[in-house]
Design a protein around this ligand. Structure first.
Ligand code: NAD
Length: 275
C-alpha cells in the first residue's frame, strides 16, 4: 500500500499510522483489528499487559490480510523484566498472538526502580538475533535510560514510544534522540480524547472540512512521528486513517505547536513511576 512509512536505523520500516488497542477486551479487539485492516491500516499496537493479544491475533486472521503485510507490535510488561523472564514472556506473547514473530518488541516502561532494563534489553537483542522480533525498541524511556542501553550493549532502540500529543510535544526528548536516528512514536496521540474539543484544533478542522481527530493525527504525521490512535468504533477507525487528502498550513502548525505545555502530561512520569 502507499501509506507513509518511516525507516528505522536497522533498515526496516513502520507504517506511520497504527491502531492502538489499550483498554480493549479480547472480543472487542477482534472486531476493531478486523475493521482497521479492512480500512487500510497495516500496523497494530498491543502489549502483553493489555490482555488482548489473543483478540488481536484473531482479528488479523479474520481480516484475511496476510501476516507478512502487517506490522505487529507488542511489549514486555514490567513484571517480566530480566533476561530469562523476557525470553519466556515473548514466547507467551507469540503463542497468544498466533504468530512466530513480531515486527517490533518494546520494553513497555523502564521501571527504573527494578534496575532490570539493561538485562531486559539484552534479551531483546537475543530475540532479534533469533528472528522472534524483527526490530527492537523501548517505550517510556524518558530521562537518560536509553544511554544506559547504549553504554551496556552498543545497540540503540529503533524507536521510543512515549506520551506525545499537542499539549505534550516532547520537544527536548525528540531533539536529543533525533541525531541518533531513534524514531519517536506517539502514545495517547489524541490526549485520550481530551484534545478533541480544543478550540484551536476545532478551528483548523473546520477550515479543512476535517474532524479534530483527523487534524491531530495529520499533525503527528507531518511531524515525522509514528502515531497509534485508539478507537473501537469502526466509523472512527476509518475516520482516523482518512488523513491523506489534506495538509496543514504553516499557520495551522504554529497554532498546534503553541498548545505545548510543561504540565500537559496525562498520568505517570516514567522517571518517577513506581510500577
Ligand atoms: P488516544 O489518544 O488514542 O485517544 C483514544 C480515545 O479518543 C478513544 O478512546 C476515543 O474516546 C477517542 N477517539 C478516538 N478517535 C476518535 C474520533 N475519530 N472521534 C472522536 N473521538 C475519538 O488514547 P490511548 O488509547 O491512550 O492511546 C493510543 C494507543 O497508544 C493505545 O491504545 C496504546 O496502543 C498506546 N499506549 C501506549 C502506552 C505505553 O505506555 N506505551 C500508554 C498509553 C497508550
Amino acid at each position: 500500500s502507499t501509506q507513509p512509512h518511516v525507516t528505522f536505523h536497522d533498515g526496516r520500516s513502520i507504517p506511520q499510522i497504527g491502531l492502538g488497542v489499550w483498554q480493549t477486551p479480547n472480543d472487542v479487539a477482534v472486531t476493531a483489528v478486523d475493521a482497521a485492516l479492512k480500512a487500510g491500516y497495516r500496523h497494530i499496537d498491543t502489549a502483553a499487559v493489555y490482555q488482548n493479544e489473543e483478540g488481536v491475533g484473531q482479528g488479523i486472521a479474520k481480516s484475511g490480510v496476510a501476516r507478512g503485510d502487517i506490522f505487529l507490535t507488542t511489549k514486555v510488561w514490567n513484571d517480566d523484566q530480566g533476561f530469562d523472564e523476557t525470553l519466556r514472556a515473548m514466547d507467551a506473547s507469540l503463542k497468544r498472538l498466533g504468530t512466530d514473530y513480531v515486527d517490533l518488541y518494546l520494553i513497555h516502561w523502564p521501571s527504573a526502580y527494578r534496575g532490570k532494563y539493561v538485562e531486559t534489553w539484552k534479551a531483546l537483542i537475543r530475540l532479534k538475533e533469533e528472528g522472534k522480533a524483527r526490530s527492537i525498541g523501548v517505550s517510556n524511556f524518558e530521562g537518560t535510560y536509553i544511554d544506559d542501553l547504549a553504554d551496556a550493549t552498543g545497540i540503540l532502540p529503533v524507536i521510543n514510544q512515549v506520551q506525545l500529543h499537542p499539549r505534550f510535544q516532547q520537544r527536548k526528548l525528540r531533539a536529543a534522540y533525533e541525531p541518533k536516528k531513534i524514531i519517536t512514536e506517539s502514545w495517547s496521540p489524541l490526549g485520550q480524547g481530551t484534545l478533541l474539543a480544543d478550540p484551536a484544533i476545532s478551528a483548523i478542522a473546520q477550515r479543512h472540512g476535517k474532524s479534530p481527530a483527523q487534524v491531530i493525527i495529520r499533525w503527528h504525521i507531518e511531524e515525522g512521528l509514528v502515531v497509534i490512535p485508539k478507537s473501537v468504533t469502526p466509523s472512527r477507525i476509518v475516520e482516523n486513517f482518512d488523513v491523506f487528502d489534506f495538509s496543514l498550513s504553516a499557520e495551522d502548525k504554529a497554532a498546534i505547536n503553541g498548545l505545548d505545555s510543561a504540565d500537559g502530561r496525562i498520568g505517570s512520569d516514567p522517571v518517577t513511576a513506581q510500577f
